[in-house]
Design a protein around this ligand. Structure first.
Ligand code: GTQ
Ligand code: FE2
Length: 376
């Protein structure tokens, strides 16, 4: 197990003991005072209050979000079934399989802040225009010839491309190719839900927005419904070739992260900041045989194994992954990544909620100092 796990310390019941009479400064014998404290607690709860002392020490406990791997083999079989069972002809819904964290209690998301889903469109299918206050992004994993139209600009997408649909941007999707299109959706849905900020709007008459921009204008939009372009990237599409070139350059200048190896953060060209205020995305290359050092941080993340195979050690447990798999990293747990191949690079695409933590001043990161930086 990982050392220094805040969760196990916080779950220690001895931390939760009531103060008792002397420390509470209450009169009378300890037993009677404890009883009075118990009566007080019960009465408080009947009147919609709670003694802080009954919960102190619990807030550091880790959330119920657990590390988990969803295999491509399983996802693919379910996509096949969903493809046969439902067709998307001008559909208001999307055929997307949400990756439901086995620890999530009252929602169906990958973490407490991030929705990750695998969406498929068959040849000729299209889904109608809507918009929402959520920021969303798609990373194309299979096929070529998908289109996403964002605020009147139609963007054609191939495997390895990343496209953004920022806050309140109209968007619809189509598969104009003759093969299935599959992509990863990342959405800041649970965070926005928790903040009670959800707005959702369907385009007039369940139809489609008109395409009014050319291809170049579509991929770089500076008229995003009044959005602050320093917080929402006007660059809406990041091509696979660009990402690969960026990784090549980072590797060539030996700008290696001990925790992530060769990592490129998709960023806003206006200021180098994150692509949205709530959700970020990274692409990373684990060079052959690389075993990264362990660290932990406040943000959570969901990974897609775009190429290669290996494993990650998350909170002391080994999780193997292969091409096409997805896995989730909860907040504040130690993690390190291993490329299982000594000849081929592994490529991981991931979404994270780090921008939300950073803008709220809550981002914290810590390197593992024991075990030479590796979990036991
Ligand atoms: O394709 O517009 O997975 O609005 C979740 C919410 C996909 C979409 C999701 C969405 C979409
Ligand atoms: Fe959407």
């Amino acid at each position: 197990m990982a050392s220094g796990n805040q969760g196990s310390a916080a779950k220690d019941p001895t931390l939760l003991k009531l103060g008792g009479a002397p420390r509470m400064g209450l009169p009378g014998p300890a037993a009677e005072a404890a009883t009075e404290v118990e009566r007080l607690c019960a009465d408080l709860e009947r009147d919609a209050m709670k003694g802080l002392w009954t919960v102190q020490g619990r807030s550091e406990a880790l959330s119920d979000i657990r590390p988990h791997v969803w295999t491509w083999k399983k996802i693919q079989a379910y996509l096949d079934r969903a493809g046969s069972a439902m067709s998307l002809e001008d559909s208001p819904v999307r055929r997307a399989l949400m990756l439901w964290n086995p620890g999530a209690k009252d929602h169906w998301d990958a973490t407490n802040t991030l929705t990750a889903a695998v969406q498929m469109m068959l040849p000729g299918e299209k889904v109608i225009t809507h918009r929402h206050i959520h920021s969303a992004l798609r990373f194309i994993t299979h096929g070529s010839g998908a289109t996403t139209t964002v605020n009147g600009g139609k963007i054609t997408l191939s495997a390895g491309d990343l496209v953004l649909t920022p806050n309140w941007a109209w968007h619809d999707h189509a598969n104009e190719s003759d093969e299935p299109i599959i992509w990863m959706d990342g959405v800041d849905r649970p965070l926005v839900k928790m903040l009670d900020a959800v707005y959702f709007d369907v385009y007039r008459g369940h139809g489609y927005q008109p395409v009014v921009k050319n291809e170049h204008e579509a991929g770089f939009q500076t008229d995003l419904d009044g959005l602050d372009l320093s917080r929402y990237s006007p660059k809406l599409v990041y091509r696979w070739e660009e990402a690969q070139r960026a990784l090549d350059e980072i590797e060539a200048r030996n700008d290696i992260s001990p925790y992530d190896d060769v990592l490129f953060k998709y960023s806003n060209p206006v200021n180098g900041g994150p692509i949205t205020p709530t959700m970020g995305a990274d692409i990373q290359r684990l060079r052959p045989g690389v075993h990264t050092r362990a660290h932990r941080h406040t943000n959570s993340a969901v990974y897609h194994v775009y190429r290669g195979s290996g494993h990650s050690i998350i909170d002391g447990e080994r999780f193997d992954w292969e091409e096409g798999d997805y896995f989730v990293l909860p907040s504040r747990v130690w993690h390190e990544h291993v490329n299982g191949s000594s000849t081929d690079a592994a490529v991981l695409f991931s979404i994270n909620d780090r921008p939300a933590y950073e803008s709220l001043g809550l981002y914290r990161e810590e390197a593992l100092e024991t075990g030479n930086g590796f979990q036991a």
